[in-house]
Design a protein around this ligand. Sequence first.
Ligand code: UDP
Length: 450
Amino acid sequence: MENQVTQRRPHVVLVPAPLQGHLSPMLELGTLLHSKGFSIIIAHAIFNSPDPSNHPEFTFLPIPDNLSAGNAAPANLLTLITTMNSNCEAPLREILAQLMNKNEQHDQICCIVYDMIMYCSGAVAEQLQLPCMILRTSSASAAVAYESLPRLYAEGYIPLQDSKLQDVVPWLPPLRFKDLATADMGNIEDILEISAITNNTRNAIALIWNTVDHLEHTALAQIQEIYPLKFFPVGPIHKMAPPTSTSLLEADINCMAWLDKQAPHSVIYVSIGSIAIMEETELAEIAWGLANSNQPFLWVVRPGSVSGSEWIELLPEGFKEAVGERGCIVKWTPQRKVLAHVAVGGFWSHCGWNSTLESISEGVPMICRPCFADQNISARYLSELWKVGLHMDGQLDRVKIATTIKRLMVDEEGKEIRQNAKSMKEKTNLSVSKGGSSYSSLNELAELIL
Ligand code: UDP
């Protein structure tokens, strides 16, 4: 550590949030900034700690946090955010102050970049008089929608009324009131309080977005009106950076050999990301829906993601025999490689923002089945605006699942969606290539930090 911190490169401290979907883009941003000549220090919570051996070029500084796995369950996310910020603020300040005292004048920290939900870093930056920037790891569309929550609350739309759920929010098309569902995140007063804290940019000089201008031009312009800061849309960050391992869970690479044996564009890949969970009844409906679809499928069942079971003990009787070699079930995949594989023809996703960007980058059309929070917003944009997915809404049942898979993978309707996904991939490739919007934005960001 000592050697790296005293190298004569300007030091940037990155403070990621300890959740898979937040950690990956921050580490990849680190790789990008390192390639621009910065020395990278990752100040990270001990809970869900990244693996330093995957990034020998970074310096890692663990922040004692007193957190445990139970804190990261979906129902506890608001508490996780407040607890981790109150637990991390003092140790982070101490660690950075020590670093500043130790380093020579020319080796000082030139900037802190923190994840929006690690807002205690903004306070620390202020106290230590360091410039800071904020990384937003979810979409600009979600930011616009959540900025609207106080208005929706003040005008009596929240708590949501059943009679209005399907209506489009007049000032947020194509979003419906139901896409702004907040009940699954906790009580509305708590949500408003945390949104106010996380949306407070304090003395940050810029917002860095893991998004791409061609996808979210309008949303970025709308949110720019609210935040008069420099904006840097540099995404999809994973496409800008060379591939590195940022996964907290070990991927089962056997699924790649299974994919090699499948016909091009035939496989439906199914994953609900790193946090969402499901009930046993949903597991059974998904299983029979996949079985009845007659398509090959690669299904990620994350250990602990089915209530009341360790892994796949609760799969319905007769299911494995019914699907045989046509189905591959694993605990975790190398998702980006899976989506880039020629055999994959569709992605049934919970529409987490990283999964959304990863699917768009590879031109894979989607079945959108959001579980909570901003996933609802991405699902609506994917299906209604970008038209690269089908929204599988309402109660989950095996008939609906098999029909939706057929619509996407076999029917004419699916061909059009696949074509849209392909052209979205091409635009995204241009954005991350020399002269493209994200490419140029990253260069401007590096100049500003210097
Ligand atoms: N992921 C993976 N293997 C899996 C499932 C997910 O590598 O089997 C990765 C995926 O590529 C993405 C991240 O986990 O980068 C999930 O982030 P996302 O924002 O999509 O959803 P979240 O987990 O935050 O709900």
